[in-house]
Design a protein around this ligand. Structure first.
Ligand SMILES: [Fe+2]
Ligand SMILES: [Fe+2]
Length: 380
């Protein structure tokens, strides 16, 4: 029997700290309250809330979120001396309350009690489709694929904050993004790229899915190229961030089947500058990362955007991200197109290299990375 446990706190750092030590119970994912407000909980999830029960917005987020989820078991932390908290937790339908300060042993015991009564735990069969799809020469996952689901959950929650932050003009803490990028890299190291990508496809669609795929593919590519740790981290962080400017692009342009009109393309081409300007304004992001976000659509022959940079004017790390970005976009399913097979997507990169748009040596080095990717239909 395996359980999905979600830990929700006022901020991600607190949720992550609280999650530590709960992994023996199941797959644990940390979320801040804002991410929880927009996140769809899986069926039968158990959710631990350590949030401010005095804030009216918190109560309304919990009420709506718990209604939206199917069969969730909520465990809510309350202050011992505050009777209203207990009433509030009961009104929210808490399966259990736990009194602050939260002590690890008591927390484990309370959660175990609730999990024992959970009527619909997540099906234990979930690793089967992931494992079964790996018929090719890719080695078997070295660890449980649920490891991937956890890092995908965390990175997805961070993306949520990023997109929301750009929409509302709120800055995002760079350390949060770096922590998510590191979690992605560590998880891929453990389970392999293909298993990790499967988890992305299962949990996310659209621009989130794209950003996560690019992060995974670019991280593995950077690793394969033997880049040092600092460069690899910057590439993973930029992978998460590269398309955040798309939040300001109208959906009818973003999701348009077929070729964009010149006027639509003019708008679409603004997304790198919008994203880079947001990161710059927020402060604290590495200038290399901001440059990668700004220039991820530049091509070696100068036909890219926004600055039409050529050849060596494009940072190699940025070009690595570009290769991963193009490949990921091709192998993704979007609501207007089917995924392209990885070998055909790779052939497309080769033809772009022959047109002097991509670096042929880099494309050659990408071959084993493309070979690790099995393309399956979304939600197979
Ligand atoms: Fe882009
Ligand atoms: Fe992209």
């Amino acid at each position: 029997m395996h359980f999905d446990i979600w830990v929700v706190a006022n901020d991600l750092a607190a949720a992550t700290a609280l999650s530590a030590g709960l992994a023996s119970l199941g797959t644990v994912t940390a979320l801040d309250l804002e991410a929880f407000a927009t996140y769809q909980m899986p069926i039968g999830a158990t959710i631990l809330f350590d949030v401010d029960l005095e804030a009216p917005r918190t109560i309304s987020v919990l009420r709506t979120g718990l209604k939206r989820a199917s069969g969730p078991q909520a465990v809510i932390a309350v202050d011992a001396r505050n009777r209203r908290h207990k009433v509030q937790a009961d009104a929210l339908g808490a399966a259990a309350v736990i009194v602050r300060p939260l002590d690890r042993a008591r927390l484990l015991k309370t959660l175990e009690g609730v999990l024992a009564r959970t009527p619909r735990p997540r099906a234990d069969a979930s690793p089967t489709p992931l494992g079964a799809a790996r018929e090719r020469s890719v080695p078997a996952p070295r660890l449980d694929p649920r490891d991937a689901a956890q890092s995908v959950g965390l990175a997805g929650a961070v993306l949520n904050r990023l997109f929301d932050g750009l929409m509302s003009g709120r800055p995002v803490d760079p350390a949060t993004v770096t922590a998510a990028a590191t979690a992605v890299q560590d998880s891929i190291d453990r389970v392999g790229l293909d298993v990790w990508l499967s988890a992305v496809r299962e949990q996310h669609a659209g621009t989130y899915q794209h950003s996560l795929l690019v992060t995974g593919v670019a991280s593995v590519f950077a690793h394969h190229l033997g880049l040092d740790k600092a460069d690899r981290k910057q590439i993973a962080v930029a992978g998460l961030l590269h398309d955040i400017g798309k939040v300001k692009i109208p959906l009818q342009i973003l999701d348009k089947p077929g070729v964009l009109s010149p006027a639509e393309f003019h708008i679409m081409k603004k997304h790198p500058s919008i994203g880079a300007a947001y990161l710059e304004a927020g402060g604290g992001f590495d200038p290399v990362v901001i440059d990668m976000v700004l220039h991820h659509h530049e091509l070696l022959d100068g036909s890219g955007y926004p600055d039409g940079l050529r050849g060596d004017a494009i940072d190699r790390r940025t070009h690595i991200l570009t290769v991963a970005d193009i490949f990921s976009a091709l192998v993704e399913e979007r609501n207007y197109k089917l995924p392209m097979r990885a070998d055909l997507a790779y052939r497309h990169l080769v033809s772009m290299a022959s047109e002097h748009k991509l670096d042929p040596d880099l494309v050659k080095d990408f071959a084993p990375v493309a070979g690790e990717v099995t393309v399956r239909p979304l939600r197979a």
